[in-house]
Design a protein around this ligand. Sequence first.
Ligand SMILES: NC(=O)c1ccc[n+]([C@@H]2O[C@H](COP(=O)([O-])OP(=O)(O)OC[C@H]3O[C@@H](n4cnc5c(N)ncnc54)[C@H](OP(=O)(O)O)[C@@H]3O)[C@@H](O)[C@H]2O)c1
Length: 240
Amino acid sequence: MSSAADRAQVLDACCEPLRSALYQPLAAAIAQGGFVVAQLGQSLDGRIATEDGHSHYINGPESLDHLHRLRALVDAVIVGAGTVAHDDPHLTTRRVPGPNPVRVVIDPSLRLDRRARIFDQAAPTLTVIAERTVPDPTIAPEQLVRVATAKGGLPPPLILAALQRRGLRSFLIEGGAATVSAFIAAGVVDRLQLMVAPLILGSGRPGLQLPRIARVDEGLRPRLSVHFLGDDVLFDCCLR
Ligand SMILES: NC(=O)c1ccc[n+]([C@@H]2O[C@H](COP(=O)([O-])OP(=O)(O)OC[C@H]3O[C@@H](n4cnc5c(N)ncnc54)[C@H](OP(=O)(O)O)[C@@H]3O)[C@@H](O)[C@H]2O)c1
């Protein structure tokens, strides 16, 4: 679990004005526990990857540093199986000082290749599976987190509750769009951080996809703060 000393290590390595304006308030909120932050890096036209799923790198180096800092601040980073299948991410904090989080992948039917980087020895990894999935005998049972399936998949509140029972208290939902959208639609995300790059893809995979609304005034209009990360703009949206 991320400790006060871990969070201080992350903050000490940040520069002003981001330390005071962005990271200190975030670290204070995370310290309270039960905190969920979600992120997506996207183009000006709201794409998080090309049609083929290529997303490295939409954002610039400062945004990547920010993403690694977010990882270092939380207890666990959560991704969907699609992100592991497409990007094969490490989900470590190698760009910044600070501890690696516990890595969590939602892989309901255990379809992922266990040689993916997320399953390396750099940090512990938990796999969230559907309750009825037949476990793979080569995977240690303590690495599997079983969650009951409901209409539409594994309910995000149940996923978070199961992870909290493992002692994890703060979470970064790192992607992809389907996973971040499901957690936001379920109302369990405290902060959404959108990193918008000065890039127009013109086609590609859309970012957030929430249930359909009929009127503009039904949309979310979060309180937000805006920060510059190199050439990218970070919209830090409060969803509570
Ligand atoms: N720009 C960015 O910030 C960013 C970040 C991450 C990823 N990406 C890009 O996003 C793309 C992948 O995103 P994606 O939206 O296709 O996939 P994803 O969100 O990474 O994964 C979706 C899959 O994860 C599983 N899953 C996640 N939440 C679930 C739930 N609540 N219940 C049941 N299953 C759940 C399901 O696996 P099954 O299919 O096995 O049922 C689902 O199909 C890639 O192209 C990647 O490069 C971009």
